[in-house]
Design a protein around this ligand. Sequence first.
Ligand code: HEM
Length: 164
Amino acid sequence: MVKLKLRGMKLLRLLHILTASIWFGGVVCMGGLAFICFFQFNETEFLTFAPWIPGLYQSVILPFALLTIVQGLTYGIFTNWGFIKHKWILWKWILLICVALCTGLGAIGQMFSVIEKVESSGFTGGFTDGGLVLLFISLQILFMVIMIILSVFKPMKRKNRDVV
Ligand code: HEM
């Protein structure tokens, strides 16, 4: 299998840090927006701005998440990092599945049900309406922070002079 050379590795790392940062930043902004929607808005404002949360997800978070995942696959296939050679990389894949579940089924799915609920039976706000959405967004942030810590400290790294 063809492996990336040093220059290619540096470029991949640069792209990876950029796209992962935008993904992480997007999730934090989604959390901020959700907090404002549930704690500071009345019903009309909520129904105007709440759909921006799935909008932010579709226009920024999802594309950059997909790009980051493609880079993860590139690391696995075209570099010596592999998929399961290092435990910290295996953990990143496991956490990625947790983040995906918290996003799709969790935050975004819940947000659509809350919008439907507010349209049919009114807005209460706070944790009553927003508890689950805010919980799932907080979990995403937590899992991604763990991924960043794992990436920087690379614990359980196998001694291997092939990797840069
Ligand atoms: C499951 C998909 C992912 C895989 C397989 C993966 C794999 C890797 C690998 C192999 C490196 C080392 C690059 C090097 O030092 O040359 C790396 C670096 C890094 N990753 Fe990921 N990554 C993934 C997702 C993410 C995500 C979602 C984030 C952010 C939340 C992230 C944040 C970082 C950061 C900040 C670095 C730079 C660490 C440093 O330069 O010391 N990665 N990743």
